[in-house]
Design a protein around this ligand. Structure first.
Ligand SMILES: Cc1ncc(COP(=O)(O)O)c(C=O)c1O
Length: 396
């Protein structure tokens, strides 16, 4: 609808017109209600489905040890934190979780957050706060990193996906006093890894911060699941700031930022999305302490996940859709048009398989895809079932 005809509408009718436009473009999103715990085998809308959709990469979300730790801690510390961390909502389990995460990631200090979205909103606008500062962001960064850059007064330069030559040119041309390179470690809709050693070398050369969002690598990659930095051999250094989420492989919820003593103290004093929000319920921190144990001893889970990745990639060779190059649990099958991705997702659904279609604006137009998400909780037979179904749909 044209803006001139829109302007004659009431506020409510404008929203309705926009919703119709979204629907006509095949972009309406909808939620499905699960009547079972997060797991590959879910009960949804009266059906038993095999899901390849969640970020529960290690299969910990429904682990009884986590549920027991959560319940026990809730009985001791209550259901809620009651206040923000800086008022009186910083309880012993929060403190213990931060201490353990620092040891686990090798950074000097950690700050815990209620979500990865809030953690990202804390880092970029706080470290690059001035108008003259500059942010350098990969074009495929997660929405929360994009929003974080929007909250900052700094100028944001977006470089083509993983293009280190383009980033180098932008850095060389910048005279900003504060430079911040910001990247997903594992790209959430593509599954590929950022070139972290090259990014770190550029950060060193141009005296920039390197902010790494490891939402999809923490727990999954690296020795003991320490994450993408460890996987790529980039050790904890003072110019590196790491964000990890705790609602994906860690199976609970929340997030953390790890860095030097000074960076973390600075965020604690200044980051608005840390200061002005209620602390996560302490029982979640207690469940996360248990989750860290299972992650550290989770070599067999990670090996099973790697085997599923290998099996899937070999099994879908020759299909009409392109599986993007990815060694991680995120295996995107690019279909192209929105409607075609929805049809493929629906045909799998009819066969008892739940694989979510991802469309713009989450991914660039023309690259709608199925985001196949693998978990250590899947079995080899589950993966074989998905491969067979894809082959059957392709034959139809
Ligand atoms: C790369 C990335 N960063 C940040 C987030 C946000 O994390 P959270 O779900 O904990 O808010 C996500 C979640 O989808 C993500 O994929």
């Amino acid at each position: 609808m044209r803006s001139s005809s829109l302007s004659s509408l009431s506020p409510e009718s404008r929203l309705a017109a926009e919703l119709r436009r979204v629907a006509e473009a095949g972009l309406t999103r909808r939620r499905r209600v699960l009547d079972s715990a997060a797991s590959p085998r879910v009960r949804v809308e009266g059906r038993d489905m095999l899901a390849f959709a969640s970020n529960d990469y290690l299969g910990l979300a429904a682990h009884p040890d986590l549920a027991r730790a959560l319940a026990g801690s809730a009985l001791e510390y209550g259901a809620g934190a009651g206040a923000s961390h800086l008022v009186n909502g910083h309880l012993r389990p929060h403190e213990e979780l931060e201490r353990r995460l620092a040891a686990f990631t090798g950074f000097a200090r950690v700050l815990s957050f209620s979500s990865g979205y809030l953690a990202n909103l804390a880092v970029t606008p706080t470290l690059a706060a001035g108008r003259g500062d500059a942010i350098f962001a990969d074009r495929l960064n997660h929405a929360s990193l994009i929003d974080a850059a929007r909250l900052s007064r700094a100028r944001c330069h977006r470089y083509p996906h993983c293009d280190m030559a383009a980033l180098e040119r932008l850095l060389a041309a910048s005279d900003a006093p504060v430079k911040l390179i910001v990247t997903d470690a594992v790209f959430s809709m593509d599954g590929d890894l950022a070139p972290l050693p090259e990014l770190f070398a550029l950060a060193e050369r141009f005296d920039a911060w390197l902010v790494v969002d490891d939402a999809h690598g923490f727990g999954v990659l690296g020795p003991d699941g320490a994450g993408s930095l460890a996987h790529c051999g980039v050790s904890a250094r003072s110019r590196v700031v790491l964000m990890g989420t705790l609602g994906k492989a860690a199976g609970v919820g929340g997030a953390f930022v790890a860095g030097s003593e000074t960076v973390i103290e600075y965020l604690l004093q200044k980051a608005r999305s840390y200061i002005f929000t209620t602390a996560q319920p302490p029982a979640l921190a207690a469940a996360l302490l248990q989750s860290l144990e299972l992650i550290a001893s989770g070599g067999a889970r990670r090996a099973r996940l790697r085997e599923h990745v290998r099996q899937l990639r070999a099994g879908v060779e020759g299909l009409p859709w392109r599986l993007l190059p990815s060694e991680t649990a995120i295996q995107p099958l690019v279909v192209g048009e929105n409607e075609a991705a929805l049809v493929l997702s629906r045909k799998l659904w009819e066969r008892g398989l739940w694989v979510v279609a991802i469309r713009p604006p989450t991914v660039p137009p023309g690259t709608a895809r199925l985001r196949i998400s693998l978990s250590a909780a899947h079995t080899g037979d589950d993966v074989a079932r998905l491969i067979d179904a894809l082959r059957e749909v392709a034959r139809d």
